[in-house]
Design a protein around this ligand. Sequence first.
Ligand code: SAH
Length: 201
Amino acid sequence: MPKWPPHWTEITDSAVLAAIARVPRHRFVPVEHQTEAYEDRPLPIGYGQTISQPFVVALMTQLLELTPMSKVLEVGTGCGYQTAILAELAGEVYSVEVVAELSKRAGETLDGLGYRNVHVSVCDGWDGWPEFAPYDGIIVTAAAPTWPPPLIEQLSEGGRLVIPIGPAGWDQMLWLAQKLGGEVIKRQIAPVRFVPLVPDD
Ligand code: SAH
């Protein structure tokens, strides 16, 4: 594991840190980037997509406040690294991805590492995965142009949604939303930069 830079002090949840320490990130990145797998930055995973920076994965995961009882939905499986971190902490993980090849590869990697509580599907994550809703946590790993109503709808009472919102490439904000008593309380967390969520059409 690398020496944590100062911003890692924001990650105070020891279960999240333990999950980051346990999951072998090099197994999720292409061979040509494996020597960089433990650097704290994003890396290309093919199809114009990137694996998120470990700090951002840790921060977003911490905001979900998962327990072994939690059912969580991830939008944007990518290489499956964030999925594995979720699978370490939650009961069941449902993860959707639009690029079929990425979903297939991620499914194989996760299976090879022995994760049995992960379910992947190829579909447009703007619509969530209604079949298994409601979710105690929903995490979106691509920037949405605006709040996706189906994801709010699929949150359980008390459920938390972590989502970057903003235009492609710039000026995105990471938000935390919580559904409480029928209301949705929203909080800005930090400026971020994600690949865009493929628009719904
Ligand atoms: N959590 C991933 C991050 C991958 S980048 C990882 O750690 O590897 C974001 C991913 O979101 C990409 O794989 C991209 O293909 C996917 N994506 C983009 N738009 C999407 C949509 N509408 N529905 C589902 N997945 C989407």
